[in-house]
Design a protein around this ligand. Sequence first.
Ligand SMILES: NC(=O)c1ccc[n+]([C@@H]2O[C@H](COP(=O)([O-])OP(=O)(O)OC[C@H]3O[C@@H](n4cnc5c(N)ncnc54)[C@H](OP(=O)(O)O)[C@@H]3O)[C@@H](O)[C@H]2O)c1
Length: 289
Amino acid sequence: MEYITLNNGIQIPATGFGVFRIPEGKDCVNAVLDAIESGHRMFDTAQGYWNESSVGEAIRISKIERQSLFLTTKIWMSRYEEADAYRSISESMEKLQTDYLDLVLLHQPVADYYSAYRALEKLYLDGKVRAIGVSNFSPAQLADLSLFHKITPAVNQIRLTPFLQEVPAEAVHRKYQVCMEAYAPLGAGDPELLTNPVLIAIGNKYGKSPAQIILRWLYQRQIITITKSTHIDRMRSNIALFDFALDAEDIGQISALNRQRDNPPAENPADYPEKMKSLMEREAYRFAK
Ligand SMILES: NC(=O)c1ccc[n+]([C@@H]2O[C@H](COP(=O)([O-])OP(=O)(O)OC[C@H]3O[C@@H](n4cnc5c(N)ncnc54)[C@H](OP(=O)(O)O)[C@@H]3O)[C@@H](O)[C@H]2O)c1
C-alpha cells in the first residue's frame, strides 16, 4: 500500500474501501472482513449509511490492530448543530468500537455547516479525531471554510472519474492544501466507463483492468480513491495499483475522456470568499480610523 500525506502530516492509504449501500448486518460485516483479507486498510463509512455498527463489528471480529487501520466517517446534516455534531461523533465511535477516528467529514455542504465544522475543530483539538474535512464541497465553499477557520480541511471527498475530472477544482484544492478524495471513481459501476475502449487499450499494455487504470490515474494525480465491491476478487484488484505506472501518453489519452465543461465562467467562483475576506479587512481598517 502507498500513502498520501495530508496537510497536518498524517498519512492516509492512497486507496480504500467504502460501504455505501451495503446493508447493515451480515452483508456489511462480511464485505469489510473480505476487504481486510484483501489488504484494504482504509474504510469509509458515514452516519447516513446506517452501517457503522457493522463496520465496527467486522473490525472486532478480524482482530486486526486498530492502529493499522484508517477509519473515516461523516456527519449527517441533521446533526450539524455544534453540540449535536460533537455528540454524534461519540455515538459513531461507539458503533465503530473505537476511541478515536482517523478522519471525520461533513457529508454535505448544506444547512448549518459552519456550526458543524466548529464541532469538527473541537474534536480535532480534543484529540478524538486525527484529521477533519468535508465532502461534496464546491471550490467556493472549500475556499470559504479554509479562509474563515483556524483548521483547514485536510480532505474534500467528491465524485471524480475520467468522465468528470474536476481539473479547475484541483487547482483550488492545491492552493488551500486540501487533498482530493475521489468517491465513486468507477462511476458507481458505470458500464460505459468500465468498458471504455481507451481504458481497455491502456490496460492491455500493463495487464490491468480499466478499473485499475482509473485508480492508478487518480493515484498519479495524488488523489485518494475509495471503491466499493462485494466481490473479493474485485477488492483485491482494486488495490493492486502500485506495481506499474502510466506514462505521459496514457495520461494524455485519459485527460481527453473528460466530459466536464472546460469553459469555466469568466470569474472563478472560488475567488469570491477571498474577495469578501479582503473587503471585510479593508472595511475593518476604515472603521478603525
Ligand atoms: N461522500 C459522498 O457523498 C459519497 C457518495 C457516494 C459514494 N461515496 C463513497 O465512495 C465509495 C465508492 O462509491 P460507489 O460504491 O458509489 O462507487 P464505485 O466504487 O465507483 O463503484 C462501485 C460499483 O462498481 C462495481 N465494481 C467495484 N469494483 C469493480 C471492478 N474492479 N470492476 C468492475 N466493477 C467493479 C461494484 O460492484 P460489486 O459490488 O458487485 O463488485 C459496484 O457496483 C462508497 O462506498 C462510499 O464510501 C461517498
